[in-house]
Ligand binder design. Structure first.
Ligand code: FEO
Length: 162
């Protein structure tokens, strides 16, 4: 049986992951309007991954006899002036999520909840990857700048993400 504290914290994290999904979908829409379909694809894939993160927490609560309680999802930002600005926001957002996951790890340890701890270790590793992916994209974007051909080539490259 899952404790009340872990259940509440996991329900909050489900909301945070779904907000992440919403935020990345909003960035995808913005990239579509900036005529960067490859970046839009990258963000759609990211949005799907965030849904999967939410579902991992959802299933964990259910498997341990707890109750999932969904909250409303905040409206994300809808407009970014440039691709660099959007990816910077994505990286900063992931850093924030890493902090949330670390807090959950601390809570699981405090509650002596080993099952939650094992699940959260997956999230800890995932956050390393999430930050690295966003940072990698940001560095590449800064290298190519805002100009024609190099940016279009990078857009094609990131469009291959599945
Ligand atoms: Fe679910 Fe991007 O962290």
């Amino acid at each position: 049986m899952i404790s009340q504290n872990i259940q509440e914290a996991f329900n909050k994290q489900i909301n945070a992951e779904l907000y992440s999904s919403y935020l990345y979908l909003s960035m995808a829409a913005c990239f579509e309007s900036l005529n960067l379909p490859g970046f839009a694809n990258w963000m759609k894939v990211q949005a799907r991954e965030e849904n999967e993160h939410a579902m991992k927490l959802f299933e964990h609560i259910v498997q341990r006899g707890g109750e999932v309680e969904l909250e409303s999802i905040d409206k994300p930002k809808v407009k970014w002036e440039s691709a660099v600005e959007a990816i910077e926001d994505a990286l900063n957002h992931e850093k924030k999520v890493t902090g949330m996951i670390n807090d959950l790890v601390d809570l699981a340890a405090k509650e002596n909840d080993h099952a939650a701890g094992v699940l959260l270790q997956w999230f800890v590793s995932e956050q390393v990857e999430e930050e690295a992916n966003a940072d990698d994209l940001l560095q590449k974007l800064k290298m190519v700048g805002t100009s024609g051909a190099p940016l279009l080539m990078l857009d094609q490259q990131v469009g291959k993400r599945e």
